[in-house]
Write a protein that binds this ligand. Structure first.
Ligand code: ADP
Ligand code: MG
Length: 712
């Protein structure tokens, strides 16, 4: 997926938290306020995260001007907000106090009306200062204060906005003496807003749970002393001490001790993983029985967990297609219904001489139904819920768009090495040609491979351990083919036979089901190294499960030779394989399949397949907890090294899409049925707020939270 954030000198990014941007309607207003500023390049708002991220040309615009625009639109522009901020206690939040007070006034008003006889038979708009009416007006004003200021600002900017509609409805109702209606709107709408907040808070809550994985403190060794410090203040290369039962505070490499560590929080693996000196440990994982000392390699927000959290936070900004649809829909829907509402208030009384008060209330009811809030939150709550549920199962989905696209995938392509195979090959045979001996072949190959990150390279250097491996210079990595460099005065190449195409006769590449790399200089091939890499235990089952999920094509793409490719393909049960591919050819293969079948997912490990991961509709990386490239390039990252997450991932995405659809269509349907019921007077104002706003918001949120229960 291409990233528009790159390039352009002077481009800067600014994130501004907007704590009072609580509804997609507000988000639209914020967008409208910022977009026209000159110098704005790109803009995303997050309702769940309550912030706006602006990419802008810093030579023409600055952060202060953006903050000012946010304020002019009527919102608070705060500092980038920490998601784990404690939410304000109910008793200190004025919105909540007003809502509760409004409810109390409203109900006591109703009770008074029922119990106290109405003293006056004068026309209502003359006003009779009955206690009940007073209480109801009080309810309307107190509750209404939650959105009056916003409504007036909207009026000043001549924008149609929820707060404005509600403000107008309340004053309209008071003006015609419909005090109960006025009170009901104020109290119910305030409650709906609160519940919407709560819903979003719940969705965000799962992200909070993710953050709570990281321990608050760490024990470090400084100047020979053991000090307890704030986890975020551990410095790189410092040694942290992890006692039995402690959580690991930073990413690091074990230097002392051995223990098993529960990494489920990061990788989703249920079995603890054994750690010894040299092993990598991750922040947020739980140390079991042993004592460990680890040298910090990544600290504070830079740890794997930290990056997962920030990617999940940003995920909402990659909007799901459904959300765009809903927003476009709301942009049409709200004005149309509003116009209809005004027509309803005025036309029947004027044209048909119908009762003004009756039609005025019906118009107001339609105004309430014009509020798109429940509709607009229907998608983001599902997206956030799906993405955080995935994160807790060791799968990082970087955007709502990917979550939704995953559900449409019918073709999955796999890289071989490190993806379908364990990526831990070992040398099975070394052969020497001419007057060279096997040790020479291995020493020379290892000299070059020491500089490479490829799994084959690790196997070769491991095999050469103990031999006297010379230094290499002028090292060069020929991506997807092999490596080249200067060893002991000559230029040697290690890798695929194609690299030796000019040397005659070309040695036979063997027809064993194993990977064979050749070692040679410019004139001759001095030997070859044969390596075997075991197929992952879970690969066959995962492939079968994907087929059961209805995938129409499962394809393996590999840079390895035909024989190895066939053997692995048959072992795991894919439909098709393509061998001998260079990284660029893997891209073409993905593109070709995309042309043929539509959406294609590519599963890889980030080694020699990053371009293909980018080219695929959705790029899925394996073992991302251990690989930066994988974590950065992929759209979806399986943090653990476990293919059996794939069926879970596709199941989750399909369920998410189903929930999104249910939410979108049921809220549209509810809105329209309510609207239709207004004309004959079947739907009362209270019912409209109760069902159309409050009820629908709750229902879509509850539906979305079901996704949290999708297990792998
Ligand atoms: P895959 O597509 O199976 O993941 P790669 O594209 O990573 O495989 O590599 C393809 C082939 O290129 C390997 O099978 C090997 O023959 C050769 N190769 C790549 N890198 C190296 C290296 N560092 N040393 C030797 N051979 C290499
Ligand atoms: Mg690979």
């Amino acid at each position: 997926m291409s990233d528009s954030r790159s390039g352009l000198p002077g481009a800067a990014t600014f994130t501004c938290s907007i704590p009072d941007m609580e509804c997609a309607d507000c988000a639209t207003r914020v967008e409208r306020a910022i977009r026209p500023l000159s110098g704005v390049l790109d803009l995303t708002t997050s309702v769940v995260g309550q912030r706006v991220t602006v990419r802008f040309d810093s030579t023409r615009l600055d952060a202060d001007r953006i903050r000012e625009a946010v304020r002019e639109a009527g919102y608070t522009a705060g500092e980038p907000r920490e998601v784990d901020e404690e939410s304000v206690s109910v008793w200190r939040d004025p919105t909540k106090i007003r809502t509760i007070l409004s409810a109390l006034l409203f109900f006591s008003g109703l009770v008074c009306r029922l119990l106290l006889p109405d003293p006056s038979h004068a026309p209502r708009w003359v006003g009779h200062a009955g206690l009940g009416d007073g209480l109801l007006i009080g309810a309307a004003l107190v509750g209404g204060f939650n959105f009056f200021p916003q409504g007036l600002r909207a009026l000043r900017h001549l924008t149609l906005d929820m707060s404005f509609l509600m403000t107008a409805a309340i004053f309209g109702a008071i003006a015609i003496g419909e005090y109960a209606e006025a009170g009901a709107i104020a109290f119910l709408f305030s409650t709906a807003e609160l519940l919407e907040d709560y819903a979003i808070e719940r969705a965000r809550g799962s992200l909070k749970a993710l953050m709570e994985l990281a321990p608050d403190t760490a024990v470090v060794r400084r100047d020979g002393l053991e000090l307890t410090v704030v986890a975020g203040e551990v410095i790189r290369d410092e040694v942290v001490i992890v006692r039995p039962g402690d959580k690991v505070p930073v990413d690091g490499v074990v230097v002392v001790g051995a223990s098993s560590v529960d990494q489920a929080s990061i990788t989703g693996e249920s079995m603890p993983v054994y750690k010894e000196p040299g092993s990598t440990v991750f922040a947020g994982t739980l140390n079991h029985e042993g004592y460990l000392e680890a040298r910090a390699t990544r600290v504070a927000g830079d740890t794997t967990l930290g990056r997962i959290i920030s990617m999940v936070e940003d995920a909402e900004e990659h909007r799901a297609p459904s959300e765009d649809f809903v927003r476009r829909f709301a942009r049409l829907y709200t004005p149309i219904i509003t116009v209809a509402a005004v027509a309803l208030m005025t036309l029947p009384p004027l044209a048909l001489d119908a009762d003004f008060a009756t039609w005025f209330v019906r118009g107001l009811t339609l105004l309430v139904i014009a509020c798109p809030c429940a509709l607009v939150i229907s998608t983001p709550v599902a997206v956030v819920s799906g993405i955080t549920s995935a994160a807790r199962n060791g799968v990082l989905i970087k955007g709502g768009n990917y979550l939704e696209q995953l559900a449409t995938i019918r073709v999955v392509t796999f890289d071989k090495t490190g993806t379908l195979t364990q990526g831990r090959p070992h040398v099975t045979r070394v052969t020497a040609h001419g007057n060279h001996d096997e040790t020479d072949v291995l020493r020379i190959a290892a000299a070059l491979e020491e500089r490479s990150q490829h799994p084959l390279a690790r196997a070769i250097t491991a095999r050469a351990r103990g031999l006297n491996v010379p230094e290499a210079s002028d090292f060069e990595s020929i991506t997807g083919l092999g490596v080249r460099g200067h060893v002991l005065g000559r230029t040697y190449t290690v890798g695929r036979p194609e690299l030796f195409a000019t040397i005659e006769p070309r040695p036979d590449t063997g027809d064993e089901e194993a990977t064979r790399v050749l070692v040679g200089d410019e004139q001759e091939i001095i030997g070859s190294i044969t390596l075997a890499d075991a197929v992952r235990d879970e690969a066959r089952d995962a492939v079968a499960a994907l087929r059961r999920l209805g995938m129409s094509r499962l394809v393996m793409l590999t840079g390895d030779n035909e024989e190895t490719a066939r053997a692995v393909a048959e072992a795991v049960g894919v439909d098709e394989w393509r061998a001998g591919l260079l990284p660029q050819e893997k891209v073409s293969a993905v593109q070709e399949l995309t042309g043929q079948y539509g959406h294609v997912a590519m599963v890889g490990d980030g080694v020699n397949d990053a371009p293909a991961l980018v080219a695929a509709t959705v790029g899925i990386a394996m073992g991302a907890a251990g690989s930066d490239t994988a974590l950065e390039t992929a759209d979806v990252a399986l943090m653990g090294d476990d293919l059996s997450r794939l069926p879970y991932l596709f199941t989750l995405s399909r369920r998410s899409r189903a929930v999104i659809r249910q939410n979108v269509w049921s809220s549209i349907l509810i809105k329209f049925s309510l609207a239709a019921g207004v004309f004959p007077g079947v739907v009362s104002l209270a019912a409209a707020v109760l069902v159309g706003d409050l009820g629908t918001s709750l229902a879509v949120t509850a539906n979305a939270l079901r996704l949290a229960r999708t297990h792998s």
